[in-house]
Design a protein around this ligand. Sequence first.
Ligand SMILES: C[S@@+](CC[C@H](N)C(=O)[O-])C[C@H]1O[C@@H](n2cnc3c(N)ncnc32)[C@H](O)[C@@H]1O
Length: 252
Amino acid sequence: MKGRDWDLFLNKVHSTIALDAHLLAQFAELKIGSTGFLALARQCQQATKMDIAHWKIFRRLDRLWKLLCYMRYAQARTSEGRFCECGVYKGYSALAMSQVMMVDEKDLPFRELWLLDSFEGLSEPSEQDRVQDSMPQTAVVKGYFAAPLEDVRQRLSGFSNVRIQKGWIPEVFTALPDGKWAFVHIDVDLYAPILASLEYFYPRLVSGAVVINDDFGSSLYPGAGKAWMEFFQKVGKGYAILDSGQAVYIHD
Ligand SMILES: C[S@@+](CC[C@H](N)C(=O)[O-])C[C@H]1O[C@@H](n2cnc3c(N)ncnc32)[C@H](O)[C@@H]1O
């Protein structure tokens, strides 16, 4: 069993479990500085009113944890370079990143965190994003994941290092300041904007920088893996594919 059938099966099985007990067992011991990871994740979920389906609850938290760990790695290993997230939606991961960037901030260089999104949802999917007929097509259409910019602005208003830029990738890149980047989280789901993000940021990375993509092997968004394979084959560099489903590149 795989793909959508597997997701539906997980949804059915997980709908009967004591979810909180499993979440505590898996995540209660994880901390970033003195910040408890599970409490942080719950707070971000509540603040953004994100409904996370049963079939992906563990994976979502695994991904958030890995995202934050790699961000901390880049924060500690680089002394310059801005941070960026491409694909913000309601600000779930952006809120977690913003909070974690404040941990030990006195000992770390100040970093801007740029948040880029159309705030009008996905761009037009291409041929590379075509999914199997058995998959739900509703999540792979232009406009899916639209979220009001003002809500996100409000949610992140307490963070002085956050810069929010509305616009379509790749055109929105012209609004970014010149300079280097130390951490890039790409979560735009589709082949064309993922490839464009890699092409924009790669030549601007500092040594030790991290680029992490939310999806790699997703059957709902097959364009993500295609964009990574194509780009890194072209530049001749390797990247890790995590069990969580993310792909990660560390710049040398
Ligand atoms: C999966 S959501 C991001 C989820 C978010 N990182 C979170 O943790 O909740 C994908 C986002 O990518 C944005 N997006 C997709 N294609 C885009 C493009 N070409 N330009 C700008 N934003 C885009 C959508 O508007 C949407 O908010």
